[in-house]
Ligand binder design. Structure first.
Ligand SMILES: Nc1ncnc2c1ncn2[C@@H]1O[C@H](COP(=O)(O)OP(=O)(O)OP(=O)(O)O)[C@@H](O)[C@H]1O
Ligand SMILES: [Mg+2]
Length: 287
């Protein structure tokens, strides 16, 4: 695709991404209810545990619930930034262990239809955010909306969450197909959540990545498996992230391992996109 060629060229010519700019990650799924929000929350807390600065942005517009999962109440949301021009400093809320997050809110105008001034205000604010954090993680709704797709395609990486159920697997595949058809160079990580056994989970994850590679001709990376663990449900009911609810639970141990491997892995992967999230987003929206 022309877009990818352009990016390759830009990467060669321009290596000026400052090392302390946040990496933007979209966490996505095909089917709903597979564990995206729980993953985002617990992965972020684990990154914080390793001294990383993390901001979670709930982009599940109208259905966002990251604040409920933490047992906190958000006064402001991303809508206040777009529509009322509140600064990021005014809309960032704080969760457990100092986790920064921005709630979803509802009623966001389509990015296309937004006034130019609203969009450029957002661009300016986002540029501030990338200086403040190491990771900015989007919790996306299930499936894909037009606006959601812009955010996904502008991200540096995607993490796809699925469970071993055939319906979830098929939808995750469909989602990856959708993303790579638009942008083949997007790095894609896959999490097999709610695995019933370690070996079984690893096997489904390998099989899934093989199918992606065979039919879509891109290599998705195994990020890890998270066991089906009743601690997760208990933690959700108590509105405490499971890494804090019981740090010895199977799910918490899995998240720790996943985070450590991810951090090791991303150190070894060079050639990160040098065009920033905002440059990509702008190009996607404004052509
Ligand atoms: N590893 C797990 N073990 C057991 N139950 C889990 C696990 N992960 C998620 N769940 C269950 O699945 C439910 C849905 O999880 P979550 O809200 O994170 O999914 P989601 O993908 O964000 O959903 P949505 O598409 O609605 O945003 C949780 O409330 C919990 O009961
Ligand atoms: Mg969710």
């Amino acid at each position: 695709m022309i877009y990818d060629q352009a990016e390759g060229l830009r990467r060669k010519l321009d290596n000026n991404r400052t090392p302390n700019q946040a990496k933007t990650i979209s966490v996505i799924s095909g089917k709903g209810g597979v564990g995206k929000s729980n993953f985002v929350l617990n992965f972020s807390l684990q990154l914080i545990n390793t001294q990383k600065k993390v901001l979670v942005i709930d982009l599940d517009m109208g259905m966002g619930n990251i604040d409920i999962l933490m047992g906190v109440h958000a006064e402001k949301s991303i809508i206040n930034l777009f529509e009322d021009h509140l600064s990021v400093h005014e809309i960032i809320e704080t969760g457990p262990n100092g986790l920064s997050y921005i709630a979803a809110g509802s009623g966001l105008n389509h990015l296309f239809n937004m006034r130019e001034t609203d969009r450029s205000f957002f661009y300016d604010q986002y540029r501030e955010l990338v200086q403040m954090y190491d990771y900015i993680i989007f919790d996306m709704g299930a499936g894909v909306t037009e606006d959601g797709l812009f955010f996904i395609l502008a991200s540096d990486e995607c993490i796809v969450i699925t469970t071993p159920e055939p319906t979830a697997i098929t939808d995750a595949y469909g989602m990856i197909k959708h993303v790579v058809n638009m942008q083949r160079s997007m790095p894609i990580y896959v999490i097999m959540n709610r695995s019933l056994g370690y070996q079984e989970g690893q096997k489904s994850l390998r099989r899934f990545n093989d199918v992606v590679s065979k039919f879509l001709h891109v290599q998705s990376r195994s990020m890890g498996i998270i066991p089906d663990d009743k601690t997760v449900t208990q933690a959700v009911i108590k509105q405490v992230p499971y890494v804090l609810f019981n740090h010895r639970s199977k799910a918490a141990k899995a998240i720790k391992e996943i985070t450590n491997n991810y951090l090791k892995d991303s150190k070894e992967i060079h050639g990160q996109s040098s065009i920033t999230f905002i440059e990509k987003l702008k190009r996607l929206i404004e052509g």
